[in-house]
Design a protein around this ligand. Structure first.
Ligand code: ADP
Length: 469
């Protein structure tokens, strides 16, 4: 763990497992209440000086951190693949994506503008300024071990906040490597702190401590709701990036190659374990056959395997429970009349949590995989007749994170986009996430936005100053 600029060991450790081989690749320090409290203390102390630096000085530290991550990107990617499983090329892509937030917010920190407001009194002048909210706590998941940290921490630091971070217990090694580089970049002690340990204990300490003014969480809707309730006692600001259940709609006039490419890129990132992964494919009934043929061809090219091997396009799932959930969804789909086809190169391995890609044809809305996050390489495909019908079915979900629409008729596409109750829509695009754009969901998918100028607002308080002359 990294607290107040120092490395912190504990007697208790946890094993970090490689999900492709089941080997224990490292042991991590594992703490709880005590370390969580120490981290807040350090972050609170550091806030007074970090927040007083001018934006350009904070940008200087962030840029140095960015450069060091860039120089070490291959090494970080290997660490990520070893503890998380995603193919090395994807891991490298994530490190670059993660680093793009540091680069972008280093600059954006310089553009935290205030406002002047016309006064209603001749002898008054009204101003608005923005200031950093204080200590922020980042609680992050295992599916993006680097990007979920930098997407929170980069805007927070750029705004002048300090941070306590709890990475997921499955993937602390990537976080620790990033923090080593932050240390090397000279980011002052206490500005960034990483605690690994009992999630509930750490979360509870941070929720109760009124010096923590902001919680930024990415993870399950269930834990997000717990944190939201807990944050009420000290009325903390909270950002939540929770679950999703993304529909992908293919209209009859879509470019089918582009739509299939969209399914592959939105479905198989991280073996289907992202909250913006396509969960349900709705294809206009008139093009079901040609679409399915192309989709099956594309699936055949996928190769399941250890992410460290070159040919691998789909790594293992994160753990045994993840595999169990996917199999449960498939059994349910099969019982409800789904047409299950395993495709792509599977892997005959005793070890690792590997799952062959599957298409569920003839999917119906009552199947678990059409309602709940499967978090695996499963693509249920169903048909629709009219736009009104498909929009209604797509919106029939408590989630509202990402949706995808494929059509060559952009006017029609825009109208559908406007009717979808989703925070992110890829119109003819299966990979919409970038540092400069807002990422976040409607409904139970979350609160707040990360990325772009929206992302930095989450770490700022608005101060109104009324000046009497
Ligand atoms: P997932 O199903 O993706 O693992 P979780 O919501 O369980 O999603 O985990 C996301 C992050 O939230 C992880 O860092 C995990 O340790 C943390 N977490 C889980 N339970 C709690 C809790 N009660 N309080 C605070 N953090 C928690």
């Amino acid at each position: 763990m990294y607290i107040n600029g120092n490395w912190h060991q504990t007697d208790t450790t946890i094993d970090i497992e490689n999900p492709a081989t089941n080997e224990i690749i490292a042991k991590s320090a594992y703490g709880g209440k005590k370390e969580a409290a120490m981290a807040v203390e350090a972050a609170y102390d550091a806030f007074s000086s970090w927040s007083k630096l001018v934006a350009g000085e904070r940008a200087g530290y962030l840029k140095k951190w960015y450069q060091l991550i860039d120089q070490h990107k291959e090494e970080i990617a290997k660490i990520m693949t070893s503890e998380q499983g995603k193919p090395l090329k994807e891991a490298l892509g994530e490190v670059q994506y993660a680093n793009s937030f540091i680069e972008w917010y280093a600059e954006e920190g310089k553009r935290i503008y205030g406002e002047t407001i016309p006064s209603s009194h001749p002898n008054k002048r009204l101003f608005v300024s923005k200031q950093p909210i204080g200590v922020m706590a980042a609680i992050t998941p295992w599916n993006f071990p680097a990007a979920m940290i930098t997407r929170k921490v980069a805007p927070a630091l750029a705004a002048g906040c300090t941070s306590v971070i709890k990475p997921a217990e499955q993937t602390p090694l990537t976080a620790i490597r990033l923090i080593e580089l932050a240390h090397e970049a000279g980011i002052p002690k206490g500005v960034l702190n990483v605690v690994v340990g009992d999630a509930k204990e750490i979360g509870d300490v941070w929720l109760k401590d009124d010096r923590v003014r902001k919680i930024s969480f990415t993870g399950s809707t269930e834990v997000g709701k717990l944190l939201m309730r807990g944050a009420a006692d000290t009325v903390k600001k909270i950002s939540l990036e929770l679950g999703g259940h993304a529909p992908l709609i293919v209209l009859e006039d879509a470019d089918l190659d582009q739509a299939v490419e969209g399914v592959i890129s939105s479905k198989f990132r991280n073996a289907g374990q992202t909250c913006v992964c396509t969960n349900r494919v709705y294809v206009h009934q008139s093009i079901y056959e040609p679409f399915m043929n192309k989709l099956k061809d594309a699936f055949q090219k996928l190769r399941v395997g250890d992410g460290l091997q070159d040919q691998t396009t789909i790594g293992p799932l994160i753990d045994r429970n993840a595999l169990k959930k996917v199999k449960n969804h498939l059994e349910d789909a099969s019982n409800k009349g789904g047409d299950i086809t395993y495709l792509g190169q599977s892997l005959d391995s005793e070890n690792g949590y590997f799952m062959t890609p599957v298409i569920v044809g003839n999917a119906s809305d009552d199947m678990l995989c059409m309602k709940e996050e499967t978090f695996g390489p499963v693509a249920p495909v169903t048909t629709f007749e009219t736009i009104e019908e498909v929009v209604k079915r797509a919106n029939q979900s408590p989630y509202g994170l990402a949706a995808y629409v494929f059509t060559q008729n952009i006017s029609k596409g825009i109208r559908i986009v406007e009717d979808l109750e989703y925070g992110i829509v890829g119109l003819n695009d299966g990979l919409p996430s970038v540092a400069q754009a807002p990422f976040g969901g409607f409904k139970e998918s979350g609160l707040g936005r990360e990325g772009g100028h929206y992302g930095i607002e989450e770490y700022l308080e608005v101060k109104y100053i009324s000046l009497g002359l």
